[in-house]
Design a protein around this ligand. Structure first.
Ligand SMILES: Nc1ncnc2c1ncn2[C@@H]1O[C@H](COP(=O)(O)OP(=O)(O)OP(=O)(O)O)[C@@H](O)[C@H]1O
Ligand SMILES: [Mg+2]
Length: 256
């Protein structure tokens, strides 16, 4: 018997005023995979993530999460079902500390079976927040004001907050964008360690091909809203069209 995929996208399409940002995307992902999504600016990467996370409704097609049709289900509901999502730009309160930000995330993402009062139990929230910061190796910044943190730590904090409810599927939109090249590998290594430990499935959008090569177990290449290659990193990077349209461009522009 084959296992039910954690994620299945069937013929996903999304048009904005007649412009097809996503066009018949089929994608099946098994539990535990770490999938890198690559593609030039405007290829439809974020659009695809937005549809899977419930931030956008597809014009047509279906999204199945662990076998359940979740097409068009709003993001808040999907977060409770086990899909977490981070954005290209971190969503943080810059004047608050890392701990305060994390406590807020923990309280907002508290499991529905927990009583509403427990969401305001400060000791409990602080304990959970401390643990989450430690899981991502950023507990040394617990009391630092977020606006003063290096970009890499901010990205990790943002992802720690988005994943506070221990999701089964994590969608990361450019986890290393804006992070210095020295910090990038450290950020990705911490994420890779964190999600490997919990067996969490990860889909991440990334412009830095070296990062994709190193951390993705599978690569999906998008162009004009369509999947042009999907497979092992070596196979996808050896593809002529991918090299020409995506990789070549990112080498010359340094990515976005
Ligand atoms: N809300 C929207 N309204 C109109 N057009 C949109 C909207 N969102 C995305 N688009 C268009 O759809 C296309 C795909 O956008 P998307 O953000 O998915 O690209 P991307 O691959 O994530 O690019 P980048 O690497 O720059 O983040 C682009 O041409 C974009 O302008
Ligand atoms: Mg994008």
């Amino acid at each position: 018997m084959t296992e039910t995929p954690i994620l299945e996208c069937r013929g996903i399409a999304k048009s904005f005023d007649g412009f097809a940002a996503a066009n018949a995307i089929d994608l099946t992902i098994s539990e535990g995979e770490v999938v890198g999504i690559i593609g030039s600016n405007g290829a439809g990467k974020t659009t695809l993530l937005n549809i899977v996370s419930g931030h956008l409704k597809p014009s047509s097609g279906q999204v199945l999460f662990a076998g359940e049709d979740v097409t068009g289900v709003p993001s808040r509901k999907l977060a409770r079902k086990g899909i977490a999502r981070s954005f290209q730009v971190p969503q943080l309160f810059a004047r608050s500390t890392a701990l305060e930000n994390m406590m807020l995330a923990v309280s907002l993402l508290a499991r529905p079976h927990e009583s509403i009062l427990s969401r305001f139990d400060n000791d409990k929230l602080a304990k959970a927040a401390h643990e989450a910061l430690a899981h991502y190796g950023i507990d040394e910044h617990t009391d630092a004001v977020v606006g003063e943190l290096p970009q890499g730590v901010r990205k990790l904090l943002d992802i720690a907050m988005a994943t506070a409810a221990q999701p089964r599927l994590v969608l990361l939109d450019e986890p290393t964008s804006g992070v210095s090249s020295e910090e990038k590998h450290d950020v990705m290594q911490r994420l890779a360690d964190r999600f490997a430990t919990s067996g969490t499935t990860v889909v991440f959008i990334e412009h830095d091909m070296e990062i994709v090569r190193r951390y993705a177990s599978r690569v999906v290449a998008l162009t004009d809203g369509t999947v042009i290659a999907d497979g092992a990193p070596d196979v996808v990077f050896a593809d002529e069209t991918v090299a020409e349209v995506i990789v070549g461009e990112d080498v010359t522009t340094g990515g976005a």
